[in-house]
Design a protein around this ligand. Structure first.
Ligand code: ZN
Length: 328
């Protein structure tokens, strides 16, 4: 694993400083919940935390060069255990969680900490969450548990309440663009588009730009215009979207609706806030209410992608229902 790349992500440096002093004071939390949307480097930060706990250097940690750090870098440290969703699965399996718990009950191989990580903790099913809860309630000595979850998903309160919560937030647009230019070259305009689509998350923006965001942006705008003008068959449109980059298109749609909501509410467009201000439905004008409903529908669609439900039918329903609101 790459244990030092988090160091070069400026928006994560505050979190690193906090954890470093906690570790120096021998008060590293037993269980940490990292709330992060994709593209902010939660995985990199988790690797760094693992290395902070396991590094055997007497100097600055993690050093990247001691025996423990070298084992981590070659993914063969016996005291580091990571669980993530298996390919083609829709949930983290309870057996994976049991395996992790079992490893953590063993004595530390190298005599220091043991670190257990669950990536995508929102994908734990009820059985998995229950199995893990016991470990959270009765942590074994010198064990650090780190869970990464999306902020929009609700973890069971029994789990979340037993963890120290760390919410990762995106840098300002200006800082993000400065960082992106260093990494991926000039071109402010296309970085703006990619960053907007990424909800302000720089690492995701970097990925998106290589995926041809500009083309997608144009195609999506054209599609919505056709939809509003009634010149496109909704079934065919939904089918086409589902065939090419459905995830990106849904993200685009969600961001686009969010911007519409901001504009309709008269809020200044920060360009990175993915969460419009929520007002009681009764106070909303019909147009804004329609946008909120669309936003919920778009999010529901993304959730369906995770559970493997029929997304195309749901998308058709969204496009049909939202025709008017999308067109304005
Ligand atoms: Zn080290």
């Amino acid at each position: 694993m790459d244990i030092l790349s988090a160091v070069s992500l400026p928006w994560l440096q505050g979190a690193q400083a906090r954890l470093r002093s906690a570790h120096a004071a021998q008060r590293l939390p037993h269980s940490l919940l990292l709330l992060s949307m994709p593209g902010l480097g939660a995985e990199q930060l988790t690797n760094w935390i693992t290395a902070l706990a396991l590094c055997e250097s007497t100097g600055a940690r993690p050093c990247g060069a001691c025996a423990s750090c070298l084992l981590l870098r070659s993914d063969s440290h016996p005291d580091s255990h990571v669980v993530r969703i298996e390919e083609d699965a829709s949930q983290i399996k309870v057996d994976q969680v049991r395996g992790l718990i079992e490893s953590l009950t063993l004595k530390s191989y190298r005599g220091g900490y043991k670190v257990g990580v669950i990536e995508g903790a929102e994908l734990l099913n009820a059985n998995g969450a229950n199995a893990f809860l016991k470990t959270l309630e009765e942590p074994t000595a010198n064990t650090v548990l780190v869970m990464i979850a999306r902020p929009s998903h609700r973890l069971p309160a029994t789990i979340a309440s037993r963890c120290l919560r760390l919410s990762l937030s995106p840098p300002s647009t200006q800082d993000a663009i400065a960082w992106l230019k260093q990494r991926g070259g000039e071109g402010e305009h296309s970085w703006n588009a990619a960053l907007g689509l990424a909800g302000g998350a720089p690492l995701l923006a970097l990925e998106l730009r290589t995926a041809g965001v500009a083309d997608l942006d144009g195609d999506m705008r054209e599609s919505l215009q056709q939809l509003a003008g009634g010149t496109v068959d909704v079934t065919l449109l939904a089918e086409r979207w589902m065939k090419s980059s459905p995830g990106l298109r849904l993200t685009w749609l969600e961001n686009w609706i969010t911007q519409r909501v901001h504009a309709a509410l008269g809020a200044s467009d920060s360009g990175q806030s993915a969460e419009p201000v929520r007002l009681p439905a009764a106070l909303l004008k019909p147009k804004i209410r329609a946008l909120f409903e669309l936003l919920d529908a778009a999010r529901e669609l993304r959730r369906l992608a995770v559970t493997g439900m029929n997304q195309q039918l749901a998308l058709e329903a969204l496009l049909l229902g939202g025709r008017t609101a999308l067109g304005n």
